[in-house]
Ligand binder design. Structure first.
Ligand SMILES: [Zn+2]
Length: 258
């Protein structure tokens, strides 16, 4: 019973974040951004009722139910027939499974929920990087906050000199790399990798970097455009930094409790 209830809660949080991510992208990264002031944008992002991405018709209450709504609405918008992308549904299920898995291993509710919110914010970073090769700076304080909370509930001191050294080391190293290759490594990447390094700490940040670049390399190689030079391919590292941070933290917490 308890697990089912938590699963529904996790899926609802996922549903909130998928909407949030889509709207932040829509109001801040598409031509729509010029139509409204910042306050208007945030009002729309946070309070506007859900509507169809294609025709803007308000969605019925039943299609708003996380996961099940997707089936109830027969995967389509009732008024224009727009096919609802499967990715929403898949994301919600993944959140649910991730949460249940983590809670099952750690038996730590606060940790598991904080982790879920962290994943939500990483999703935003990955999505804007995927769509526009740009990562959202405003998102960084939230990632830091939830990075702190998961460690707080885990019972680990988050504000240590050791972590600060990792942060400074990565900041200097990546600033130098950015200086030599400003197109290959954006300034956004520099800040994100440094903060993610702070969150993972020593020595896990080494694992974090390795995972990020190995996964990034493999996926880029698989999806490469064979007519163009692989070395000149633009890689949205924000996605791989986010994936890697999740893996490292999951391994850390999973390992501590088993
Ligand atoms: Zn529609």
């Amino acid at each position: 019973m308890e697990l089912i209830l938590f699963f529904i809660l996790a899926v609802s949080i996922a549903s909130f974040y998928t909407t949030l991510v889509y709207r932040i992208y829509f109001y801040f990264y598409t031509p729509e951004r010029k139509k409204y002031s910042s306050v208007e944008k945030w009002k729309k992002i946070l309070f506007e009722s859900s509507n169809c991405e294609s025709c803007k018709t308000h969605l019925t209450a039943i299609s708003l139910i996380p996961v099940l709504g997707y089936f109830f609405s027969k995967e389509k918008c009732k008024s224009c027939g727009y096919k609802i992308p499967k990715i929403y549904f898949i994301t919600e299920i993944c959140f649910g499974i991730l949460f249940i898995g983590l809670y099952f291993i750690t038996k730590n509710l606060a940790l598991s929920f904080s982790f879920l919110f962290l994943v939500g914010h990483l999703l935003l970073t990955a999505y804007t990087d995927y769509k526009k090769f740009s990562i959202d700076y405003e998102n960084l304080p939230f990632i830091f906050l939830f990075g702190f909370l998961v460690h707080y509930f885990f019972g680990e001191n988050f504000f240590t000199l050791e972590r600060l050294y990792v942060f400074l080391f990565l900041l200097v190293l990546f600033l130098i790399l950015h200086f030599f290759s400003p197109n290959g490594l954006g300034l956004g990447d520099v800040f994100f990798v440094s903060v993610f390094g702070y969150i993972t700490g020593f020595p896990l940040f080494i694992l974090f970097l390795n995972f990020a670049y190995i996964i990034g390399f493999c996926i880029s190689f698989l999806i490469r455009d064979k007519t163009k030079s692989f070395l000149k391919m633009k890689v949205p590292m924000g996605i791989y930094f986010s994936i890697s941070l999740l893996i490292v933290l999951l391994l850390k917490f999973g390992n501590a409790f088993t």
